[in-house]
Design a protein around this ligand. Structure first.
Ligand code: C2E
Ligand code: MG
Ligand code: MG
Ligand code: MG
Length: 276
């Protein structure tokens, strides 16, 4: 905050602010040791293809169990890890673990892994991805990397180069949380993409708000015209699923299809869930 306001601008401390900053410092410090202390694990959420209703893929989502605080949400610690650069090593670990796990799944099941903007800018990403594939033996076409639009804002040329190098390895690229970032349409036009994930805020509102519905429909139609499959995030009820089916969405993900689960529970979900 002080930095943003610039020199000579006093910051007015509100009650609780110092505590909040100190708290953040503690969490960041704990995060530095979390990898070495094996406090992370990965859960997998099913992705169901339409209209076949088959589970075709799983998204890897990191979990951190803090020794005192319990579960800390990735929405809280990933931004911290991005700020201090730890995300590069954490991301490497996720890639390695998730690829190893996915290598034991049936061949037709794919794996999606989130990659942050900071990882994308690091020259290590390509090495980490190639290593994870080599060590696990996972076929590259079974791996999809999910990037958010914010990851794509800076240095378009460098990023297009990295994405092309990744695709030369045979990996797929998805745009995550579509509609929430900046200059979405320029990215759709300029970048090699294999999937568009429509942000769950649009899906959640599609049944009650006609503008949200218009956006969802338009993105699906655009994906169709551009030959890029679309996926709707955050599908929580049958009415939403029916709607998405009707308007031609290619895949869905959300609590209705299955919650993120440990690998052992994931098998049960695939067999007995809606998706079976
Ligand atoms: P995301 O990649 O968009 O992942 C989807 C998030 O939506 C997950 O939250 C998932 O648990 C949640 N979700 C799935 N279905 C539903 C639903 O039906 N309703 C609702 N309300 N939520 C649903 P999660 O696991 O807390 O992750 C949050 C974000 O943290 C992710 O958003 C992703 O941006 C980031 N993240 C998670 N794991 C990793 C990772 O390994 N690396 C990186 N770089 N980021 C990660
Ligand atoms: Mg994602
Ligand atoms: Mg998403
Ligand atoms: Mg999202």
């Amino acid at each position: 905050e002080a930095k943003r306001r610039g020199r000579g601008q006093a910051v007015r401390y509100r009650p609780g602010m110092i505590e909040a900053i100190a708290e953040r410092g503690h969490l960041e410090n704990d995060l530095r040791h979390a990898l070495a202390l094996s406090q992370f694990h990965i859960v997998y959420q099913p992705i169901m293809s339409l209209p076949s209703d088959r589970v075709v893929s799983f998204e890897a989502l990191i979990r951190w169990t803090h020794p005192h605080r319990g579960a800390v949400s990735p929405t809280e610690f990933i931004p911290l890890a991005e700020e201090n650069g730890l995300i590069v090593q954490i991301g490497k670990w996720v890639l390695e673990q998730a690829c190893l796990e996915a290598a034991s799944w049936p061949d037709e099941q794919h794996l999606a892994v989130n990659v942050s903007a900071v990882q994308l800018r690091s020259p290590l990403l390509l090495i980490h991805v190639a290593d994870a594939l080599a060590r696990s033996g996972l076929a590259p076409h079974r791996l999809e990397l999910e990037l958010t639009e914010t990851a794509l804002v800076e240095d378009g040329h460098q990023i297009a180069h990295t994405l092309n190098a990744l695709r030369q390895l045979g990996i797929r690229i998805a745009m995550d949380d579509f509609g929430t970032g900046y200059s979405s349409f320029a990215h759709l036009r300029d970048l090699p993409l294999d999937r568009i994930k429509i942000d769950r805020s649009f899906v959640a509102a599609a049944l009650s708000d006609k503008n949200s519905l218009a956006v969802v429909k338009a993105v699906i139609q655009m994906g169709r015209d551009m030959n890029i499959p679309t996926l709707a995030e955050g599908v929580e009820n049958a009415d939403q699923l029916d709607l998405l089916r009707k308007i031609g969405c290619d895949a869905v993900q959300g609590y209705l299809i299955g919650r993120p689960a440990l690998p052992a529970e994931k098998k049960i979900t695939t067999q007995s869930g809606l998706a079976a």
